[in-house]
Write a protein that binds this ligand. Structure first.
Ligand code: SAH
Length: 252
């Protein structure tokens, strides 16, 4: 029987190739076959060998190019044919990345899997926008939630945001009005500081701030588009002096 290849589930980080792990960079540079999703920055794909085969399975909220079970089947088929597969995903493969599903599909087919962590959008955005996710004076709990799941209204987010806590919402641009409403219904003050970080760690990055009640307007007025993260909590408004300086520079 032919030996199967290995499937590498590799985190590509938030965009900037400098934010790849060394392991991820080596795998991308050596790969013969790279299966990537839409969030992977072109600058990272440009690191591949000229003869590497690049397969896009781009997924976006509105446009499903390849359903997940077909992606799983593709990885399994190629690996069973003896090829190593680098499955490159934005951020970290195990944070809203369906890495778990792909690993399970490979395990079921007895294909070896290696998972290479990446810098998840929350960490990339926090660093790029200089927002501490925790701070001894402000927050000792951080939660990551998905803002686009079915049944968002029924999900229990009670206790995830508020004093001493930071809430990071992935995939929340489209549902921002529902998110703001939901949190205020749960008792969060309309004045709670919020930051929106679009295209974190990429040249087109924007950081927008305001109170929770103004989140829908912030998205609309500035035409914020995916990929963007919503960070909710007082950590987003801590560094007053620095924020004022940045606002001044933005107007120069
Ligand atoms: N596995 C990824 C998340 C995939 S879900 C990770 O760990 O980062 C896709 C969501 O991630 C987007 O809707 C957006 O909310 C967030 N995201 C990914 N890259 C981003 C970036 N460069 N800037 C801001 N948000 C980003």
């Amino acid at each position: 029987m032919k030996r199967s290849g290995t499937v590498y589930l590799v985190g590509a980080g938030p965009g900037d190739p400098d934010l790849l792990t060394l392991r991820a960079a080596r795998l991308v540079e050596q790969a013969g076959l790279i299966v990537h999703d839409g969030l992977v920055d072109p600058a990272i794909l440009a690191m591949a060998r000229p003869d590497a085969e690049l397969v896009s399975v781009a997924k976006s909220r509105a446009r499903h190019t390849l359903p997940q079970d077909e992606i799983n089947a593709l990885l399994v088929r190629e690996a069973l044919a003896g090829r190593d597969v680098v499955r490159l995903k934005g951020g970290d493969p195990l944070v809203f990345g369906r890495g778990g599903e792909e690993a399970e599909a490979c395990h079921a087919a007895r294909i070896p899997v290696e998972i290479v962590p990446g810098i998840s959008a929350a960490m990339g955005a926090a660093a790029a926008a200089q927002i501490p996710l925790t701070h001894r004076e402000d927050a000792s709990i951080v939660s990551f939630v998905a803002g686009q799941c079915k049944g968002l209204a029924e999900q229990d987010w009670a206790g995830l945001a508020g004093k001493g806590r930071t809430l990071v919402i992935y995939m929340g641009v489209k549902t921002a009005p529902m998110i703001a409403e939901k949190l205020m219904e749960d008792g969060l003050s309309p004045e709670t500081p919020v930051a929106l970080i679009e295209n974190a760690a990429r040249p087109a990055m924007r950081v927008l701030r305001g109170p929770l009640a103004g989140l829908p307007q912030l998205v609309e007025q500035h035409r914020v588009k995916s990929p963007a993260l919503i960070v909710i909590g007082s950590v987003t408004a801590r560094d007053d002096a620095a924020l004022k300086q940045m606002a001044l520079e933005a107007h120069e």
